[in-house]
Every structure is written in structure tokens, then in C-alpha cells.
Design a protein around this ligand. Structure first.
Ligand code: GAL
Length: 824
């Protein structure tokens, strides 16, 4: 029976080069050194060239002149068995891992796109036993993602190379594996090399940064991504077509029976008619089944109903393999004159473009971090996510399915080299059962888009995509747009994606395209790119900080004028959508800040200023603006804080974001007036006076929401709060602990920059730290961080043991903060 085990724990890691490791040698499986078991690592029956050289010497079969050579020299000469023999200088790490983040920042303006984190090489090595019984079936090593250019060795043999950091890959190692105690440990060695070139213009990390799996399969099994469930929906009916691809790794043809059940969201089970399949030896065969469903439960953004298909493979009356996949039933459509439709209902896409990077971990995101980011986006009110600019991870797909988030999964790179074609195919096969994916994006802002060569590549891509998935929408995301390419190249796609149609530089272009090609469905695939820094009121180029009230710098760092703020402000983008609802919605650039594209002051900053949230997921003012537009639940939010003692002008422009009809503002209990919401926010000119500021939101005359700000005093103590009181003791779960610098009344001090030291004891460990300051070059993996805007985020991970986790935060004379969590 199939079984999948995570191979994430207990790797050895070496930063930087380790010397030459051969990829081919004269003797089979004899690359030796660290690619195989080293002396002392249990049994050595397959110890490779070193052991063979030793045996040859003992048997006096070495050539004259070789007798004075060391065993190592001998093995190199006889077998060319070149690999280091020692693990000196290696350290223990767990996967997911990002070695570039650990190495820390350098000062190099050329590296601004990569967040001043240099490229490099990291080596990973793991030894593990495989039980004897496993050789009855197949053994597969699976990598969800290695950044980038992974080279893999296993038991003295070079397995191969995988270039892209964004797609998974796997090796069947059945014959090469060692089984049981007599054969000894298996050795897996991986080089992750980011010096071969970037795949993007943002920080992409480095290392084995997604899960690694050891998978056991029966000899005849359901193949990789082997069950495709295609619901074809007409009115109140769905025709469910299930196509199972069997893979037979045995030499003899086998007759099997496929028994498939579909379990609905309410638990009801539907059995499909069994089908018999003859799978050739060392070959593949497909089995097709189908059924009709009346009134199926639809997957939708508010009710993300999932079905489970379970395929059983029966061989001579014995159950030999089972495979489960979830799927959803929904329709998606895009109309040129009306935009996006889900299940026949017009829906505004409230989307965010997101890179993988996060505080404390870089791109090496434990599953809880992916979930945490998604929860922050949901709280902001999004219903759509664009995996920019690469295929989404397995975890993103699963969360979007479960949470009802519509996804654009993206390929981006327009090249038809064989390995890029494989990457495209992998993305489609992996994703096509996921109802969250409503569109495949084939490219983003490729400079040659619109050319004859790009058109040829797109046509080829489309043929491949449609072969595997005839139903989803195919979209581009274009920056280099004009009316000619829109008409002649854009019409290749189901939807022509237009990035930044609201941009100041694009004035009138969208309207022109709509006028000249009215039948062309055009979607707003990317918007905003506005610079703001959390908590900041005034620009400070010396620190890379941009005002939430608008900054005069453009995306190219040019001083353009009030509120240029990058490419466009959130307000301009929202106005554009309101004037052009047929543009589908909005995909803001970006949900979170990320390292790289450190604009507008590229030489200084390590992360960008584009996010609605900072790198820690702490909200900026734009976040609340989006919330006021995206969400129906009443909300009111006072911008920034209420500490203006250094204000030189007479009054303060105080803004409030809300989706209420009216807001009344009070200062120390005195009303400053009630205002009706008309523009994007409400504003009051207020003479500063320390104390309590309150905003009360009304709908139909009733109070429905409230927010307040209290002026803060001097830093006095540290307050700690975790997003959860308990985490699971699986050694992977993460708690997000926010440290706040508080005054003696417990109010957060908004300009506090105290350096805070963290100590985690008991059943946990400190995974990383962040403060959301784009200018901060402190290492996320050090145990200390300066507060920014009064806050530090600590990611605390269980260490695999049950018990309690204690977190202690100290800073000079401040009263320390302490927190205890359960890990059970
Ligand atoms: C877009 C691009 C994004 C990011 C953004 C910054 O054109 O698609 O990846 O670079 O600009 O403004």
C-alpha cells in the first residue's frame, strides 16, 4: 500500500562549496565520499570506491607505486571517485530551510532586486534507513521545491538535476536504495545552487525550502497526479469524469479493476461503475469512469464545498493501491462586457499578488506560515490570490481550496526549452483538480510579448495546457500593452490581462483598447504598486520609509509630485475598477512587503514598500482601506497613532477608514463632529492634545463599529501575545508571537525602537524574527531584534516534544515580557 513520509527533519547542511563532487565516475555507484555512507555510519556494504580501494589494497591488487598512497588517493586514481570524505563544518538543520537568509545581508546595490542577500550554494545531506519490506514495491524521493538548480546524489550515484525553484521533481530509487539493517543507511545528498541565475526580480531564497518526501508505492500504482476529476457542469447537473492513470513498474501486464467512490461535502457516498483495465508491463494505462450528479453542491468563495474522489485498485481480488484527491464543482466564466462570473454569478475579484517571502523564514515557509499569511489576507477581505510570478506551492493550493480563495496559478517564463515545458506540465497536472484555480496565467510582463516569437510560444503552451485541462481560463498579465498587441496578441488568450490599467502613464489606453476591440475580455491582473511603510507619517529617504499619507516618488524613484506613490495609489486603482467593472476586479501589488525590489531607495532598503502589510503581516493603512472596500462587516479604523507632540504645524490631518455611513470623532470625550462617508476616507483637522481619540461608526443611525487611539508615554515594559495558546507537538507548528513595547499604561509606544532579546525554552525554539522595517539589516535568525513602530514578530516553533513553551523577551531596563504556550 502507498505511504508517504516527510523527510524534513535531521539534515546536515554546509553553506558554500565543499569541493568537487563527481557526477560520473568510472565505477558504478562509486562516487563515494559523502555521497555514500562514511566510515562509522553503520554498515558499509555499499561504501563505494573508498571501501573498494581498501579491499583492493588488502588483496594486493594495486599497481606497483600505489602502495604508499592513502585509501582516499587510491580510490580517486582507480575510480575517479571524487567527493569529500568529511562532514566537518556541517551543521544540523531541518527542512524547510533558506540558507541565503541565514547568511545575512551585504551592501551591494547590484543585489537590490534580491534584497541584498547574495546568491550562493548550499549542501544538504541526510541518512535514513528503509525497511526491508519496502523492496516489494517502488521507492520514490520527492522534492516539492529546491531553490534553485538542485543536483541530487543518492547512495554513490548522481540522480540528476532540476533547474526551476518553483516546481517539484522526483526520482524512483527502488533499485539504488539500501534495505534493512544488513544493507545499512541510505545517503541522500543535495546541492542547491542559486549562482546559476535568477528566475525573478525579487528575493527568491536558496536551499531545500519546501517539503521532501519518501514515498512507497505498490509496483502497479496510480501514477503521479494520476487521478483527474473533471466536472462538466450544465445548469443543475454535473457530469463527473474520472480519469485514472495507472503505472505498472513490473515487467508483466496486469489486469486490474478500478473501484471509485465520490464523497460529497455532507458525507454521502456515490459509487461509480467499476472498470477493468489491462496495464502493460513497464507501462501506463488509463481507466475512465463517470457519473451524473443532480444539484451538486457548488464550490464557492463563501461555501468552499469539497468532494473527495477515492480510487481503489483491485488486483486478483486484493486491494493493491488507493488514491484520494479532493475536487470541487463550480463554473468560471469571463465576459468582455461584464468581467468575472463564478457559478453564473458576477463577482468582483478582490485579489492580492503575493510572493513567498516572510519575516523570520525567508522563502522557507512552514505550512503554518502559509496559513498565517492567507488568514491575514482573508482578514483584509480578499477572495482571490495571484501566485506571482510562479507556480503556487502545494500548501497554497490546498488552503485556497479550503478557504474559498480564487487562484491565478502562474507559469510566467515564456520559453519552450524541454525543462520549461516540463515545468508547465507539472503545474497543470498538479493543479487541475483544485477548484480554487480559475485561471492559468501563462506569462507576466515578458518584454518580448506581442512578438511573433512570443505568440508561437503561447500557442504551444496553450496546446499543452488544453490537452490536460480544457476548462480553465488562460490569461496573460501584460505590461507592454498597446492597442495593436491587444488586438493581435491579446486575442490568443481567453483573457487579456492588463497590469496597471489605472497607472498615470497609461491614461486612456484601457478605454482605447475597449473601444477598438470590444469583444476582447480584458482583466485587471495587477494594480497599485504604492509605497507605504507601516506606521510612517512622513517620508524619510535616509531610512527608506514612505508616508501612509502618500509619497511623491514614482516607481522609478523620481520625484513626481504629491501622491505619486509608486505606480498608482489604492484609491486610484479602486476608482478605475468602479468606472470599469468589466475589468473583473483588482489584484493589488502586493499583499505583503517582500525582500528585493527595494524601492524607491534601492541602495538602502532590503525589502520593498509595496505591501498592504509589511513583511511580518502587520497591517499598514492601505490594508484598512482595502478592508473598508472589500468587506461588508462594519469597520472603522483611525490611521496611525495619536502621538503628535513633535508636530510643528497647528493642526493634524486625522484620517479614518470606514465602510460605515457616518463616523463621529471624539477627543477626550468631546465630539469633533460627525461626518458622512463620501470619499475614500474621512478626514478631520484636529489640534493635537494628548489623550484618548475615539471614532464611532454608524449605519442607519446606530453605532456599529468603534476604534480608539491613546497617546503613549515612555517605553516601560514588553508585552507578548501569541496568535494561539497551544500548538501541535509535531515539530513543525508555529506560533506567531508579537512583542510590543508598552508604556506604563499598556499602550504601544509607536516610535519605540528598543532592541529586544528573545529566549525560547521548554518544548519550542525560536524560528526567526522580523520587525517589518524595510531598512533593517539585522539577521532574522539572530535572537535579537530592534523594534519598529513598537513591534517585533517572533516565530516560535515546537521542537517535537510535548510540554510547555516559554518565551521571554528582554530589553535593557524595560520590564521583560513572558508568555507560556502549550505544546500538546
Ligand atoms: C510589476 C511586476 C511586479 C513588480 C511590480 C512593482 O510590473 O509585475 O513583479 O515588479 O511591477 O511595481
Amino acid at each position: 500500500m502507498r505511504e508517504r513520509r516527510k523527510l524534513d527533519k535531521g539534515w546536515m547542511f554546509h553553506a558554500g562549496e565543499i569541493g568537487f563532487v563527481a557526477r560520473t565516475v568510472a565505477g558504478s555507484g562509486k562516487i563515494a565520499g559523502i555521497t555514500n555512507t562514511l566510515p562509522g555510519e553503520g554498515k558499509e556494504p555499499f561504501a563505494g570506491a573508498l571501501r573498494a580501494a581498501r579491499l583492493m589494497r588488502e588483496a594486493s591488487r594495486t599497481e606497483p607505486g600505489m602502495e604508499h598512497m592513502t585509501d582516499e588517493e587510491l580510490s580517486w586514481i582507480i575510480f575517479g571517485a571524487q567527493a569529500p570524505l568529511t562532514l566537518e563544518g556541517w551543521e544540523e538543520v531541518d527542512i524547510p530551510h533558506d540558507f541565503r537568509l541565514e547568511a545575512g545581508y551585504v551592501d551591494d546595490p547590484k543585489l537590490y532586486n534580491q534584497g541584498h542577500l547574495p546568491n550562493g550554494t548550499g549542501w544538504y545531506r541526510k541518512t535514513f534507513p528503509i525497511e526491508k519490506k519496502a523492496q516489494e514495491g517502488r521507492v520514490v524521493l520527492e522534492f516539492d521545491g529546491v531553490m534553485r538548480c538542485a543536483r541530487v546524489w543518492f547512495n554513490g550515484c548522481f540522480l540528476g538535476e532540476h533547474y526551476s525553484g518553483y516546481t517539484g521533481f522526483r526520482f524512483d530509487v527502488t533499485e539504488l536504495a539500501k534495505y534493512g539493517e544488513e544493507e545499512g543507511l541510505n545517503v541522500l545528498l543535495v546541492q542547491a545552487d542559486t549562482t546559476t541565475g535568477d528566475e525573478g526580480w525579487w528575493y527568491e531564497g536558496g536551499g531545500i525550502y519546501r517539503h521532501v518526501w519518501l514515498t512507497f508505492l505498490p509496483t502497479l500504482h496510480v501514477g503521479q497526479w494520476g487521478v483527474y476529476v473533471r466536472p462538466v457542469v450544465t445548469k443543475n447537473r454535473a457530469d463527473i469524469q474520472v480519469e485514472t492513470t495507472l503505472q505498472n513498474d513490473g515487467a508483466q501486464a496486469q489486469q486490474v479493476c478500478l473501484h471509485t467512490t465520490l464523497q460529497g461535502p455532507d458525507g454521502t457516498v456515490l459509487s461509480l461503475e467499476d472498470v477493468s483495465v489491462c496495464c502493460p508491463g513497464l507501462g501506463k494505462e488509463k481507466g475512465k469512469q463517470n457519473c451524473q450528479m443532480e444539484d451538486p453542491v457548488r464550490w464557492d468563495v463563501d461555501t468552499p464545498a469539497l468532494y473527495t474522489a477515492r480510487v481503489e485498485v483491485w488486483q486478483e481480488g486484493r486491494l493493491s493501491d488507493t488514491y484520494e484527491t479532493t475536487f470541487g464543482i463550480r463554473t468560471v466564466e469571463y465576459r468582455a462586457d461584464q468581467g468575472f462570473f463564478l457559478n453564473g454569478r458576477r463577482l468582483m475579484l478582490k485579489g492580492a499578488c503575493v510572493h513567498q517571502d516572510f519575516a523570520g523564514v525567508g522563502v522557507a515557509l512552514p505550512d503554518d506560515v502559509v496559513q498565517y499569511k492567507m488568514d491575514r489576507l482573508l482578514d483584509m477581505g480578499v477572495n482571490a490570490y495571484r501566485s506571482s510570478h510562479h507556480p503556487a506551492s502545494r500548501e497554497v493550493l490546498e488552503i485556497c481550496d479550503r478557504k474559498g480563495i480564487l487562484l491565478i496559478d502562474e507559469n510566467r517564463i515564456l520559453e519552450t526549452s524541454p525543462f520549461r515545458m516540463d515545468d508547465l506540465e507539472e503545474m497543470i497536472l498538479r493543479g487541475r483538480n483544485h477548484p480554487c484555480i480559475f485561471a492559468w496565467s501563462l506569462s507576466n510582463e515578458e518584454t518580448f510579448s506581442g512578438s511573433a516569437q512570443a505568440a508561437r510560444i503561447i500557442r504551444r503552451y496553450m496546446d499543452v495546457v488544453r490537452k490536460y485541462d480544457p476548462d480553465r481560463l488562460l490569461v496573460s498579465a501584460e505590461a507592454f500593452v498597446d492597442t495593436r498587441t491587444a488586438g493581435k496578441y491579446g486575442d490568443l488568450f481567453d483573457i487579456y490581462g492588463f497590469n496597471y490599467p489605472e497607472g498615470i502613464q497609461r491614461k486612456g489606453l484601457y478605454e482605447k483598447i475597449r473601444l477598438e476591440t470590444p469583444a476582447l475580455p480584458v482583466m485587471n491582473t495587477e494594480s497599485v504598486s504604492c509605497f507605504t511603510t507601516r506606521g510612517i507619517r512622513k517620508d524619510d529617504p535616509s531610512r527608506g520609509h514612505c508616508s501612509n499619507y502618500g509619497t511623491p516618488y514614482t516607481n522609478r524613484g523620481i520625484l513626481e509630485g504629491p501622491n505619486a506613490g509608486g505606480l498608482a495609489t489604492p484609491y486610484r486603482a479602486m476608482d478605475f475598477y468602479r468606472q470599469h467593472p468589466e475589468s473583473g476586479g483588482i489584484f493589488i501589488w502586493s499583499g505583503f512587503d517582500y525582500r528585493g525590489e527595494a524601492k524607491p531607495w534601492v541602495a538602502r532598503q532590503v525589502s520593498c514598500n509595496f505591501g498592504a502589510m509589511d513583511l511580518c503581516g502587520f497591517p499598514k493603512e492601505a490594508y484598512y482601506y482595502y478592508q473598508s472596500v472589500f468587506r461588508a462587516e462594519p469597520m472603522v479604523h483611525i490611521w496611525l497613532d495619536w502621538n503628535y507632540e513633535n508636530q510643528t504645524e497647528g493642526s493634524v490631518e486625522l484620517r479614518v477608514s470606514t465602510n460605515c455611513e457616518e463616523v463621529e470623532l471624539y477627543l477626550n470625550g468631546t465630539s469633533l463632529g460627525r461626518k458622512r462617508k463620501e470619499g475614500h476616507w474621512l478626514a478631520w483637522e484636529v489640534r493635537y492634545e494628548p489623550g484618548l481619540l475615539e471614532a464611532v461608526g454608524y449605519r442607519e443611525g446606530h453605532e456599529v463599529a468603534r476604534d480608539s487611539r491613546q497617546s503613549a508615554g515612555k517605553p516601560c515594559r514588553i508585552g507578548l501575545a501569541s496568535n494561539v495558546a497551544r500548538i501541535c507537538p509535531d515539530g513543525e507548528s508555529v506560533a506567531f508571537v508579537t512583542a510590543r513595547v508598552l508604556d506604563d499604561q499598556g499602550v504601544t509606544v509607536p516610535d519605540a525602537e528598543n532592541a529586544i532579546c528573545f529566549e525560547v525554552t521548554g518544548s519550542g525554539r525560536l524560528l526567526g524574527l522580523g520587525n517589518g522595517d524595510p531598512d533593517c539589516r539585522e539577521n532574522d535568525k539572530a535572537g535579537k531584534r530592534r523594534a519598529f513602530g513598537g513591534l517585533v514578530l517572533a516565530l516560535v516553533q515546537g521542537n517535537g516534544e510535548e510540554g510547555q513553551i516559554q518565551v521571554k523577551a528582554t530589553s535593557g531596563l524595560l520590564q521583560p515580557g513572558e508568555l507560556t504556550m502549550e505544546c500538546r
